[in-house]
Write a protein that binds this ligand. Structure first.
Ligand SMILES: [Ca+2]
Ligand SMILES: [Ca+2]
Ligand SMILES: [Ca+2]
Length: 251
């Protein structure tokens, strides 16, 4: 019996030593399994500054630029953003911008956004611009609601409204949404034109997809396309209601 106890103790000590070795052998910023450490968003404020916290916009900027931004520490490898339960209101005005400084959140590099659940982790565009603009790479989003987006209206006589009120997926981009919701977003209204063609509202109140989009246990609901313009100074008033929910373009 004593020998069995002794062997058991040796086995436990050996396992502890192996675990310690694996943990200590992992590169800085990674776990023993090789998964990159997550960037944890610590404030619901919409900001891109240096005040000692980590906003959602700052976390995306850290991944976009592969550098640490404010308290969002970038670690090479798979980029994971942990987005705790909160409502993240976008409040920096400035649509039609793709550098992630204002308006919509612009994603240029692969990442995963892990929310706490669609009921509790909400990104609200505040009708300033669309919510998420994914311009390149591979992105996964889990447990998040995207709402309150509004892509820009076209000025009178200037043609189509902007596409994608909640989410815009650019060409060659791969996006997977799981356990998420896209609701209550709107595209920009049509502006009409002075030529012979017919313009239209932005396409895809909820989603405008030029890439590859997988929706897994997710909903696209209660979104709308913008209005027609009624513009008629020698041209054509355009169409409104151009795909309220999902505008999926096949190439
Ligand atoms: Ca900050
Ligand atoms: Ca943009
Ligand atoms: Ca933007």
């Amino acid at each position: 019996m004593k020998r069995l106890v002794y062997l058991g103790l040796v086995l436990i000590v050996t396992l502890v030593a192996v675990c310690f070795f694996l943990a200590s052998a992992a590169p800085a910023g990674t776990t023993a399994a090789g998964t990159a450490a997550a960037i944890i968003v610590t404030t619901a404020d919409d900001e891109l500054n240096s005040d000692g916290d980590c906003s959602l916009r700052e976390a995306i900027q850290a991944v976009n630029t592969h550098t640490t931004v404010d308290a969002c520490t970038f670690v090479s490898g798979d980029s994971i953003l942990t987005l705790p339960a909160a409502t993240y209101n976008l409040t920096l005005p400035g649509a039609k911008e793709d550098a992630n400084a204002t308006g919509d959140l612009d994603i240029h590099s692969s990442l995963a956004i892990n929310g706490a659940g669609a009921d509790t982790t909400v990104i609200n565009g505040g009708s300033l611009d669309r919510v998420l603009h994914i311009l390149s790479s591979t992105v996964s989003i889990q447990g998040v609601t995207i709402t309150g987006g509004k892509s820009p209206d076209a000025a009178p006589g200037s043609g189509d409204g902007e596409d994608g009120g909640g989410l815009y997926v650019a060409a060659n981009v791969i996006v997977t949404m799981t356990d998420s919701s896209i609701r209550g977003n709107t595209t920009g209204s049509d502006g009409g034109n002075s030529g012979s063609g017919r313009s239209h509202s932005g396409c895809g109140g909820g989603v405008y997809n030029l890439g590859t989009l997988t929706l897994d246990h997710s909903t696209v609901s209660s979104n709308a396309a913008g209005d027609g313009s009624g513009y008629s100074t020698g041209g054509n008033p355009g169409h409104g209601g151009w795909a309220g929910g999902l505008c999926n373009l096949v190439h």
